[in-house]
Design a protein around this ligand. Structure first.
Ligand SMILES: [Zn+2]
Length: 162
């Protein structure tokens, strides 16, 4: 499929290009248009992280980033980054993408990917403070959020007790 970035309202090609990579940028147009629509609906800026669009290295094996079907980003509002729980709720409301929630990134945000475009089951997950992944089927999104909130509450209690 030919990718015409002029069809994309809110994102530019450079945001999806790895640093120092001048090869072909094999992003899925369908996926980027879904992100673009999400961006329009939410109405606040989204920042794709370094190496968080199309990637040739630096992600887990079989990562959807290598297929141009994933983005790592965070959503801001006028006063600064949005709470990561709110970001996840927005993504769940407005996209039908798989959602990874990363509260412990330097800039807490989301991994969004279109794995169903290649026949894989949609999932949601969060990565905890120790780097462990907690996966849920897509229809258990709210269970995932609940567990994450409980995890973050106990996590902050633990660090305060020290
Ligand atoms: Zn990612």
């Amino acid at each position: 499929m030919t990718f015409n970035w002029s069809e994309v309202k809110h994102f530019s090609e450079s945001e999806f290009r790895p640093k120092n990579y001048s090869g072909e940028l094999d992003m899925s147009l369908g996926f980027v248009l879904k992100l673009d629509l999400f961006r329009s609906q939410v109405g606040s800026p989204m920042h794709v992280h370094n190496n968080g669009g199309y990637a040739v290295s630096g992600h887990s094996e079989n990562s959807l980033h290598y297929d141009g079907l994933a983005a790592d980003l965070h959503i801001t509002e006028a006063v600064g980054p949005r709470d990561v729980i709110e970001q996840a709720l927005l993504a769940y409301k407005w996209t039908f993408l798989s959602i990874g929630i990363y509260p412990y990134w330097n800039r807490p945000g989301l991994h969004l990917d279109d794995r169903s475009a290649i026949g894989k089951e949609k999932v949601v997950w969060f990565r905890d403070d120790l780097g462990k992944y907690h996966y849920y089927s897509y229809n258990r999104f709210y269970q995932c959020l609940r567990d994450l909130i409980l995890y973050m509450e106990s996590d902050s209690k633990m660090s305060k007790d020290v």
